[in-house]
Design a protein around this ligand. Structure first.
Ligand SMILES: [Zn+2]
Length: 63
């Protein structure tokens, strides 16, 4: 199972030797727990951004 990097979306590479996940593109280097946390935070931020966009549309001129 590959996990996409929360920063750049590239697949993270698991390093069994260090039990760390590394992104070869942006250099993110985290443990599984940190990675899960980052992904959760990103999802939360994205859903908040979506709500904001909707609110902006709702409050603005509905063309
Ligand atoms: Zn990355």
């Amino acid at each position: 199972m590959t996990i996409a990097c929360p920063d750049c979306g590239q697949p993270m590479i698991y390093e069994p030797a260090t039990k760390m996940y590394v992104c070869k593109r942006c250099g993110l280097y985290v443990t599984y727990n940190q990675l899960v946390k980052l992904i959760d935070e990103k999802k939360l931020k994205e859903s908040n951004d979506m709500k904001k966009e909707y609110l902006k549309w709702w409050l603005g001129d509905k063309k």
